[in-house]
Design a protein around this ligand. Sequence first.
Ligand code: F3S
Length: 69
Amino acid sequence: MAERLKVHVDPDKCQGHARCKALAPELFELDEYGNAHAAGDGTVPPGLEDKAWLAKSNCPEIAIDVIEE
Ligand code: F3S
């Protein structure tokens, strides 16, 4: 069975660079201050796993976790 991934943004680390939103708009939402949080409960829909890892590796603040369940 394929692994399921979840994304999580650490609100203490996120500085609003928004690279996550640019690279994986399906997985992240920005609040009124431009800080990101995971869309929905963070579950990564099938086929978007690469975008989750891409967003994690491109966040300058290392604020994104990808959790394998
Ligand atoms: Fe924040 Fe990193 Fe995205 S700083 S807005 S989680 S790229």
